[in-house]
Write a protein that binds this ligand. Sequence first.
Ligand SMILES: [Zn+2]
Length: 389
Amino acid sequence: MLHTKCPNCGGEHIEGFFEIKNAPIFSLVTVKSKEEALNVPRKDIELGFCHSCGFIFNRLFDTSIDYFTGGYEDQQGFSKTFMEYLTGISNELIEKYNLKGKTTMEIGCGKGDFINLLTNLNGGKGIGVDPAYEEGRQTNPNLTFYKEFYSEKHGNLKASMISCRHTLEHIHGTYEFLKLIRKSLDDSMDTVVFFEIPQISRILDIQAFWDIYYEHCSYFSAGSLARMFRAAGYEILNLRLVYSDQYLLIEAKPAAVPSTRTFDIEESIEEQKARVENFKVKIREQLDDWRQKLTALKEKGSKVVVWGGGSKSVGFLTNFADIGVIEYVVDINPHMEGNFIPGIGKQYKSPPFLKEYQPDAVIIMNGVYQKEITQSLHEMGVYPEIYAL
Ligand SMILES: [Zn+2]
């Protein structure tokens, strides 16, 4: 299945520029055995660049599969660094948009960590919508969960803010999704909409191939995201990069007439095109470089582990599974311990495992956590060589 039209703007001049063969189609799903992990279906990824709006998407993405209902683990709240970030953002939104005591909604709320945090901080009520929500994960009586895909009927639930974090990148019909939310706001034009997503420009600039995996079909930059929000009937209130430029945040509200307000960080389509051209050359070097490093570790007989499960480890390991140097992946999320990595078949361990395993090298999947992780390693008396992505 090749998508020939841009899901953001409908443009038909799409240029394929990067392929990953045989990527596991699930990376966050819970898998209890090695066999099951190795049996996760694989499909090819081909990133396409839209010359009309600058959007990047997997143009081979299979939209017939339900990626969410099977249950997945994606909680990041076990990291102190992450919680500090999230608390800061929440307090800022509450202050800026007068959300004290108000009802807010989150689309794609996962296990409900963010809506719970926000509701605790604003002293209001919270609504979470997500087919993968698990009963009992949250016990806050001010929260209501709908274990469903977001649809038109949820538009009747009124909220002062609708947030949607790390969800849009999983949605192929991006413009339609924004329009669906926008339609529900015709009679509540003061509602603020807040989205958080990974951003592609950084991935292109540093060739962060570990951030490209099957479940992410849509890859936004400040420019392509802003252009789509305006086209879907929103006025953008704020647009910025956070978390070492890994995440893109947008705050918007419904616009009565088409908005022309733009932000400095919106890159032009030409700039993005140049970025894609640069990526095409540099990604080869980057992949060769890692292959050499890992092969050298294998030849030395080093014990190598990856720290940080989830999609980044799948994205990283998909490219080097054939070398066979990595036996374990460590993650601080206790719900992942003992599970196997989809498509890769390696087992998740919790950090104390490293005390007995004494790895020679640890590859950290997100450099933002390097300090926190290095400290944990040293506290356990483990002093490996450290690589950080
Ligand atoms: Zn487009």
